[in-house]
Design a protein around this ligand. Structure first.
Ligand SMILES: [Zn+2]
Length: 307
């Protein structure tokens, strides 16, 4: 097992101001520190507020009809409209980026996001972000972590293994990471979130529940992306297998219908979940969100406390 690297903490200082009126409307009712609020923007873009931190995953703001560049001369047309644009966002503390594909970090994100924003990602994407003028990409090897501190709250982002393509194609696709977000307040462990990133089911995923058990919430990238007939992200059946492996309390499916290359719609996943449950398989609760919808719940006081 590789040694884990822990980078020095980043102190974010006091919480930023209330931001624009539009931004205030997104999460106007959430207690900044005591609620978790997740807003699904589209593709794998999620605005997440927890413990007073505000972060965005995989920023993708292309409009319906725009094309995302996937490397190798491949493009995919967007079919959906993101619920928010950069101007609608509240002040962000950080971005977590699974990989630098056009459906996860597009030219709108490159142009509009603050160049000094910390962006936690894998090393290949970090180099690309630097070449685009971003000054604070944070490159994590698998299992390495970066913590952000604000007052009593600490948010730790740890890189999880991901695999975007079967062996023969692996060198043609960019590396990808999943991430675990752990929130503590005064040392009390309050929340663990796992974001899968674009990954297929593969052997190394079994290390995740071994090293990071008791996941409260899993944001699962589905869609069954296929290029030239080859599966590049989990389809419905793999998604159910991953959830049965990782066993989060709740899962929220994302990355399922936004591009022409996504071939496994959410209805397939709903069916696969129903079939697995009918077979007696233990499948976690699934919370379905439309683009623009939010999921809000109170932060547990201390998830590791007995009782
Ligand atoms: Zn993708």
């Amino acid at each position: 097992m590789a040694a884990t690297t822990t980078l020095p903490d980043i102190d974010l200082g006091p919480a930023p101001g209330p931001g624009t009126a539009a931004a205030a409307g997104i999460a106007g009712n959430a207690d900044a520190a005591e609620d978790v609020e997740l807003t699904f923007v589209g593709t794998a873009t999620v605005l997440l507020r927890l413990g007073g931190f505000t972060l965005l995953t995989d920023p993708n703001f292309l409009h319906a009809g725009d094309h995302a560049y996937l490397g190798l001369g491949l493009r995919a047309k967007r079919l959906t409209k993101p619920a928010l644009q950069p101007a609608d966002l509240p002040p962000l503390d950080l971005v977590v980026l699974s990989h630098h594909h056009g459906d996860h970090f597009d030219h709108v994100a490159a142009r509009e996001l603050d160049k000094a924003l910390p962006i936690v990602t894998e090393p290949h994407s970090a180099r690309k972000l630097r070449s685009q003028g971003f000054t604070r990409p944070i490159a994590l090897e698998t299992w390495a972590s970066q913590s952000f501190v604000r007052g009593p709250h600490r948010l730790t982002v740890t890189s999880m293994p991901g695999k975007h393509a079967p062996q023969p194609l692996q060198s043609l696709l960019p590396p990808v990471m999943g991430s675990v977000l752990d929130l503590t307040t005064d040392g009390r462990h309050r929340l663990r979130v796992y974001v899968t990133g674009d990954t297929l089911m593969h052997d190394r995923l079994a290390d995740i529940p071994r090293r990071y058990p008791d996941i409260d919430l899993c944001l699962i990238h589905l869609g069954g992306t296929r290029v030239a007939g080859i599966l590049l992200t989990m389809d419905a059946e793999q998604g159910v297998r991953l959830l049965r492996l990782v066993r989060p309390r709740t899962a929220v499916p994302i990355h399922y219908d936004d591009y022409t290359v996504f071939r496994s719609p959410l209805s397939d996943f709903r069916e696969a979940v129903a079939t697995a449950r009918a077979d007696g398989d233990d499948v976690p609760d699934i919370h379905y969100l439309d683009r623009g919808e939010s999921y809000r719940f109170p932060l547990p006081e201390d998830r590791d406390a007995p009782g």
